[in-house]
Design a protein around this ligand. Structure first.
Ligand SMILES: [Fe+2]
Ligand SMILES: [Fe+2]
Length: 157
């Protein structure tokens, strides 16, 4: 599975940021919770702009036999983008007017996108990358690994 190592490493970063956010679930430290949500927004910026772009431009076009699965993850990319826009909107709304209602809406949305992104990365790890590993030739895998390494966003996470 080394050919997808760059993307797998980026998924690890996704799990890490989400787990840190989830760890604040029962916290009463508002500053800490908002800080973790901010980290989630920053992660989403990089993931959408670099990681999703790598998948869409480099990996997906090379996989010919899993079109249904690819359509499904592409829909999830769009859904995550949509949810991220909403999260940013709620974050800004809360910062402008920090009411209890605004806080609840913000944390609900942060939880929702955290779950969606976590499940998305996990599904790619156990299905798409596994299928692609079977379908692609060794030479295709080597080219893929080089292309992915060039576009890695991990160092910026
Ligand atoms: Fe993806
Ligand atoms: Fe991914």
């Amino acid at each position: 599975m080394l050919e997808f190592q760059t993307l797998i490493d980026e998924h690890k970063e996704i799990y890490e940021v989400i787990n840190k956010f989830k760890a604040t679930q029962n916290s009463t430290n508002l500053f800490e919770i908002l800080d973790r949500i901010k980290n989630l927004v920053n992660l989403l910026d990089k993931i959408i702009n670099v990681h999703f772009a790598s998948e869409e431009q480099i990996i997906f076009p090379k996989i010919k036999k899993q079109q249904d699965l690819i359509n499904c993850v592409l829909d999830e990319h769009k859904e995550i983008q949509h949810q991220k826009d909403l999260l940013e909107e709620l974050f800004n709304k809360y910062n402008t007017n920090p009411t209890n209602i605004a806080y609840e809406a913000l944390t609900r949305q942060a939880n929702s996108i955290a779950d969606t992104l976590y499940n998305h990365a996990y599904a790619e790890d156990v299905t798409l990358f596994a299928f692609a590993g079977i379908e692609l030739s060794q030479q295709e895998k080597e080219i893929l690994a080089e292309e992915l390494a060039k576009l890695s966003c991990r160092s910026n996470l």
